[in-house]
Design a protein around this ligand. Sequence first.
Ligand code: NAD
Length: 371
Amino acid sequence: MLIGIPREIKNHEYRVGLTPAGARELAANGHTVIVQRDAGAGIGLTDEMYARAGAGIVDTAEEVFRRADMVIKVKEPQPVECAMLRPGQVLFTYLHLAPDPGQTRALLASGATCIAYETVTDARGGLPLLAPMSEVAGRMSIQAGAHALEKAQGGSGVLLGGVPGVKPADVLVIGGGVVGINAARMAMGLHARVTLLDRSLDRLKYLDEIYGDRLTTLYSTHDAIEERLAGSDLIIGAVLIPGAAAPKLVARPQLKLMRPGSVLVDVAIDQGGCFETSKPTTHQDPTYEVDGIVHYCVANMPGGVARTSTFALTNATLPFAVQLANKGARQALLDDAHLLNGLNVHDGKVTYKAVAEVLGYDYAPAARALG
Ligand SMILES: NC(=O)c1ccc[n+]([C@@H]2O[C@H](COP(=O)([O-])OP(=O)(O)OC[C@H]3O[C@@H](n4cnc5c(N)ncnc54)[C@H](O)[C@@H]3O)[C@@H](O)[C@H]2O)c1
């Protein structure tokens, strides 16, 4: 199969759909890989590295899309990219179609087979191609929060780990899923005092077994959160209710309970945010202040550490890419129910139920649509 990797064109997107190691793996399986010139340049993955891995370097996205049987990307295709897709071609990338009727229409019109990273599942009920980005965001939330606590950033001037003779900061993590556990790990590693709240007793039990008395776990109620506001220097919002907007767990009047200069990092901002005063920000201007409290609400945190995110993402996507290339998309999808869950659009039909429902299309079950 001929696999094409275009350079990402969304504003400030430096990630790339395949690393040189991934290209080498696909080449070793007998496939041809072409990579657009400078596709990984922003994160130190040079054309020479791809060429050494056996990939061909091509000058334009047009050539990648024209020649490739399968296009592997990171972000959803932009209109000019959708226009280059053709019937029978495979697109493997993040799509997030439900809130994006324009992109859905364009993918349907292309006739291509479009597999969305975010809906591929695993045997434990998880989302294995979304989890790496949650790991990144969880770990990054503490480093972003620590920076925001510095005086020059508007913070209270507290060092997370304290020093001998001075107490460490108190960190509150709301939500103990993939983001939450990674945030808690980082905060504990920096010697902060960490409390984590979740609604799942099973999850709290699991975290308690792993971390013992290094981590205080609490059942999440509005009461429990409110009680902790006054004593917390840094609060991480890491909740998720699948398919729903994030619940609002801290209301604006409650900010007055916190010490001025304390920091809220709302990782759940991509689902609307879990603090009433959250609004999406960018890496260029990540924080703002409301009632003396610093808010960090970057909606695409992994983009800020694009190199780490690229390796984390491609570690997870590569085994699926190899399956798709070795067997051909149709057979690979039919052989693996979890990969099949990733099929969102095929041959002009919407094959993912939630997308069809939200956008008002007929739903064609994936296995049937593949024929
Ligand atoms: N901003 C970004 O760049 C970025 C990156 C990755 C993920 N995210 C977002 O981070 C959020 C968390 O993602 P995740 O992968 O950790 O999800 P997850 O499903 O692994 O974990 C969510 C956890 O929240 C818990 N929860 C639900 N309601 C709660 C409540 N009221 N109080 C306390 N806990 C509650 C659930 O029990 C679950 O353990 C999501 O909104 C996700 O979209 C954002």
